[in-house]
Design a protein around this ligand. Structure first.
Ligand code: T4K
Length: 376
């Protein structure tokens, strides 16, 4: 295993020469957190870029989710997906809410509206769908259900930076959406996140909640958390925003190259690009079907042997974690996806050499299986 590792992603970084003057400004002003000028500027620039009106920055996406749930005043049971990252249900637990997991759609990775409706009880107050891999959830049907039953909808849009559906930002849907700007995301501020809100009053409340619930020197209105983004993160974000379109275009090129290389291989299916969507190519999920000579985990090991650090997002399902596990619950489609998906490396600066190594691994595995069959 002499080749250098190829990780599933690699963060896009701002140019150090561009960062230097911004750092000097921060050092000069001494305003390093608690809503400084770069924080204000990044909120404004992101509203423009994303096409939304009210956005509040956070230190990370998880704190945005936790605070979003608090701001919407959720209680009781909340319906969400088992096919997600741990942060989604954990945020519910931090708010003393009960996650009720329901299955995903048969041909996708997002919540199944029929399963949502079947799980509603008198205690349900909200739905927390995830735009998994940045693919828009079934927002129209989810909103219809929410309207019929008087539920709120908070989207976990951690993976959906810049995604537009039918010409509109997915962040316009529901009562609020939470973004992540973690190092592994399409747009990163090293760590970071944001809440997108419907109106100015809710944004102001959220701005207070992420600062301990402080209203003024002598008034604290709720048990808010410390969720603030600092000036360093905001300065990085301003520079990252200048190249995010370029990064997404690079990812698109790589995704389409994967599509050409993989879709001719029997038993492998790259997730199709979502329809009517301006997508962000944040992940590269491939389904390993029965027709492929190796099971998903065998293929995973073959990649790892060659120092290609593919990932199984999302295996195990969060509903399998001991803190959430209900032995009677079955999530047929989510379990199927969890056992079959492998996420291939994709990042804006991925070069042809690394791409070729990924494809060469697949070809080697196929060749070995043919010669084994021949011997058998
Ligand atoms: N909701 C959803 C649906 C999410 O996907 C996430 C985050 C959240 C909520 C919460 O948002 P945040 O609070 O994180 O803002 C990663 C990320 O840590 C996590 O942000 C992300 N989802 C999740 C899907 O993936 P890991 O455990 O896979 O990260 P890690 O450290 O193994 O990184 C993956 C690869 O990336 C590494 O093999 C190498 C590369 N890498 C990573 C980092 C951190 C780098 O090259 N440089 C780096 O600095 O969770």
């Amino acid at each position: 295993m002499s080749d250098k590792p190829i990780t599933v992603t690699r963060p896009s970084l701002p140019d150090l020469n561009d960062l230097q003057p911004l750092l000097e400004e921060i050092w000069k002003s001494g305003h390093i957190t608690n809503g400084g000028p770069f924080h204000a500027e990044l909120e404004a620039r992101l509203c423009e870029y994303l096409g939304v009106k009210h956005l509040s920055l956070f230190a990370n996406g998880t704190l945005a989710l936790v605070t979003g749930m608090q701001a919407l005043g959720l209680t009781g049971e909340v319906i969400t997906t088992p096919y997600t990252f741990a942060a989604t249900p954990h945020s519910l637990i931090w708010n003393n809410l009960k996650p009720v997991f329901v299955d995903v759609e048969p041909d996708g990775f997002n919540l199944d509206p029929a399963a949502i409706e079947a799980a509603i009880t008198s205690k349900t107050t909200a739905i927390v769908p995830v735009h998994c891999y940045g693919t828009p959830a079934n927002m129209r049907q989810i909103q219809d259900i929410a309207n019929s039953y008087g539920l709120q909808v908070l989207y976990d849009a951690a993976q959906a930076f810049g995604v537009r559906y039918e010409g509109r930002s997915v962040l316009e849907w529901g009562d609020a959406s939470a973004l992540s700007f973690h190092a592994t995301k399409v747009f990163n501020t090293f760590e970071g996140g944001a809440l997108i809100l419907k109106d100015r009053e809710t944004k102001e409340r959220v701005d207070q909640l992420k600062n301990f619930g402080i209203v003024d020197e002598s008034t604290v209105f709720a048990a808010g958390i410390n969720g603030k983004m600092n000036e360093l993160q905001a300065a990085v974000g301003l520079l990252q925003l200048q190249k995010v379109n370029h990064d997404i275009q690079s990812r698109q090129r790589i995704y389409r190259d994967y599509s050409t290389a993989i879709n001719g291989i029997e038993g492998l299916k790259l997730m199709p690009e979502p329809v009517d969507t301006h997508w962000n190519y944040s992940y590269c999920p491939v389904l390993v079907e029965d027709e492929f000579p190796l099971a998903r985990d065998e293929l995973y090991s073959e990649f790892r042997k060659r120092n290609i650090l593919v990932r199984r997002y999302f295996y195990p399902l969060v509903s399998e974690f001991s803190i959430y596990h209900n032995p009677e619950a079955i999530y047929e489609q989510a379990e199927r996806a969890s056992k079959r998906v492998i996420c291939l490396p994709i990042y804006s600066e991925m070069d042809g050499h690394d791409f070729d190594r990924v494809i060469a691994c697949l070809q080697a595995v196929l060749k070995d299986s043919v010669s084994e069959k021949g011997r058998g």
